[in-house]
Design a protein around this ligand. Structure first.
Ligand code: NAD
Length: 278
């Protein structure tokens, strides 16, 4: 098991960069005050990792939130993603510049290919390799790449992706893919770790809250970390942002980790990387 210490702890990527294993997701946090306050609250409370994307249309607010917080830019791990309509070599380079401009920063910590788009993503990847070599981004990775997408991409890369950000929760574990990523040095990262809110309806989670005296969110997010998976739950509410991160004072037993693993039924709450129309 990778070592889990506190809210500022990290997993090491294959290029040596430290990626804080717990962060704030901001999908559907509205640009302006909502996202500014969410980012500021998270950073001031101790989070060191923010996950946005061009398609979330809130990069400006994310940048403002970081600047308004008490944390230096250099101490924040900031991720953004190239949207599908910008994939391709030149268009990705332009999209990267536009993201930096909106975020008001001159580098990213992680830049991801948001969705696999076949051959086009190989061109996108070359652009990410260029940005990485120019030190404009500290790590590069992909998102929503199933094993066959990764295997195809790996045939043509110079730099192996450092991260794969995937839908991941007890109903969608995809352990084979997690294992494949681990064995290739690709850090697995969870999106929709709270099943977009659906986790709160699971009776088994309610039982665990009694056993550990922790909330459902804390238990499932702790499961992510114990499985070596980076996690980025979303909330724009101060109390939830604070409470979700209060999971460094307990440990799930191995049996309970396996109990949650066993809930897997291959169920997605988001789009299927093999069948999406955007
Ligand atoms: P999530 O699983 O984090 O769930 C978020 C929902 O849970 C929100 O409605 C929130 O209000 C609610 N919630 C949060 N904490 C709660 C609590 N303590 N009690 C009750 N409700 C609570 O869903 P998500 O936003 O889809 O995923 C997290 C992040 O992952 C996103 O914000 C985004 O940054 C990233 N993401 C990436 C992709 C991708 O394609 N790469 C896709 C989706 C999301």
């Amino acid at each position: 098991m990778k070592r889990i210490t506190d809210l500022q702890g990290s997993f090491e990527l294959h290029n040596g960069v430290q990626m804080p294993y717990f962060g704030l997701g901001v999908y559907q946090s509205e640009d302006g005050n909502e996202v500014i306050n969410a980012v500021k609250t998270a950073l001031n409370h101790g989070y060191r990792h923010i996950d946005t994307a061009a398609i979330y249309y809130n990069e400006e607010g994310v940048g403002t939130g970081i600047r308004k917080s008490n944390v230096d830019r250099k101490d924040v791990f900031l991720t953004s993603k190239v949207w599908n309509t910008d994939q391709g070599y030149d268009s990705t380079l332009k999209a990267f510049d536009a993201s930096l401009e909106r975020l008001g920063t001159d580098y990213l910590d992680l830049y991801l290919v948001h969705w696999p788009k076949g051959e086009l993503s190989k061109e996108t990847w070359k652009a990410l390799e260029k940005l990485y070599k120019e030190k404009r981004v500290r790590a590069i990775g992909v998102s929503n790449f199933l094993r066959h997408h990764l295997e195809d991409l790996l045939t043509s890369v110079e730099i192996v992706p450092m991260v794969n950000q995937m839908e991941f929760h007890p109903y969608l574990v995809q352990q084979d893919l997690v294992d494949f990523c681990n064995s290739n040095g690709i850090q697995y990262q969870a999106w929709s770790p709270l099943m977009q809110g659906n986790i709160f309806d699971l009776d088994i989670m309610k039982d665990l809250t009694l056993k550990y005296n922790k909330t459902i969110a804390q238990i499932v997010l702790r499961w992510d970390l114990q499985k070596g998976v980076v996690t980025i739950p979303k909330s724009s509410k101060k109390e939830r942002i604070v409470a979700n991160s209060d999971l460094f004072n307990f440990e799930l037993s191995e049996e309970d980790v396996q109990l949650l693993d066993g809930l897997d039924k291959g169920k997605r709450f988001g789009p299927d990387p093999d069948n999406f129309d955007f």
